[in-house]
Each structure stands twice: as structure tokens, then as C-alpha cells.
Design a protein around this ligand. Structure first.
Ligand code: HEM
Length: 132
């Protein structure tokens, strides 16, 4: 709608996914929980044995924030480069998505927003999964 500003106001303009998720603080809380879920997930936690976790969290927050239309700039590697040679499988991918949904549920993110976020991440699958 012309003239309807985005941001903190309660205008009837459609809010960005970023705003509906609750902004950067809420995204950071979800990412912290998401990474904790992954760390506790024996199916995939071995993958992150040598990873710099604080840096990974920063990159995930920026990536989600930017994808959702927020004021962040993702400065990490592209998804193909970041996951190259890991031989990530569909099962690995599904396990990680499950851990993300667990985090979203824990913070009561509504299903609509969850689905929108997963729809933004879904297209990355082809660059991440090497072993279908
Ligand atoms: C939609 C799904 C995924 C997204 C959005 C995602 C996102 C990211 C991002 C942003 C980074 C940081 C890149 C950088 O620092 O330059 C990263 C690194 C990493 N990802 Fe993913 N990832 C996904 C799926 C997976 C899956 C399924 C696995 C394995 C189970 C995985 C394993 C890793 C590992 C081990 C690293 C760290 C690499 C390192 O230590 O250098 N990722 N991912």
C-alpha cells in the first residue's frame, strides 16, 4: 500500500517477516536455542566438532535477519562454499530443520511465520545437500 510505512508502528501495512518474528533480539534467542538443539542432537552434532560456534551464531542471525527483510548484512560464505565437501545428506538436513522448528516452537513463533522462514531457507538445500 502506498504511504504505509514499515517498522515499529501498528499500521495496517503488511509487516516484514523480520518484524513479525520480533526483530533481531528475538531472532538471536531463536538461533541460540537452535544451536543448543543441534549441539544436543547426536544425529548431527559431530559435524560441528571444530566449528567456531559464536561466529556460526552471528552468521546465522545475520542470515535469518537479512532473509526475513531485516536491516542486517550477512557476511559469511555462500551456502555452497560453506558446506562443500561435508557430504551432507537429506537426513542431516531434515534433522537440522527439526532442531530449528523445535527452537521456533519453544519461543511460540506462530506456524505461519515458521513456514515463511522455512520457505526462505528451503531453496538453500540444493547448495547444502551433497548426498541425497
Ligand atoms: C537451511 C539449512 C542450513 C543453513 C541456513 C545453514 C547455514 C550455515 C551458515 C550461515 C554457516 C556459516 C557460514 C560461514 O561462517 O561462512 C554454516 C556453517 C556450517 N554448517 Fe550449515 N546451514 C544449513 C544446513 C546445514 C546442515 C544440514 C549441516 C549438517 C548437519 C550443516 C553444517 C554446517 C557446519 C558444520 C558449518 C560450519 C563449517 C565450519 O566450521 O567452517 N549446515 N551453515
Amino acid at each position: 500500500m502506498a504511504g504505509c510505512a514499515e517498522g515499529t508502528g501498528s499500521s495496517r501495512a503488511a509487516k516484514s517477516l523480520y518484524d513479525r518474528l520480533g526483530g533481531k533480539e528475538a531472532i538471536t534467542a531463536v538461533v541460540d536455542q537452535f544451536v543448543a538443539n543441534v549441539a544436543a542432537d547426536a544425529r548431527i552434532n559431530g559435524r560441528f566438532a571444530t566449528t567456531d560456534i559464536p561466529k556460526l551464531k552471528r552468521h546465522l542471525v545475520d542470515q535469518v535477519c537479512m532473509a526475513a527483510g531485516g536491516p542486517c548484512i550477512y557476511t559469511g560464505r555462500d551456502m555452497k562454499t560453506a558446506h562443500a565437501g561435508m557430504k551432507i545428506t537429506n537426513a542431516d538436513f531434515d534433522a537440522l530443520v527439526e532442531d530449528l522448528v523445535g527452537a521456533l516452537d519453544k519461543f511460540n513463533v506462530p506456524k505461519r511465520e515458521q513456514q515463511e522462514l522455512l520457505a526462505l531457507l528451503g531453496p538453500m538445500k540444493k547448495d547444502i545437500v551433497e548426498v541425497p
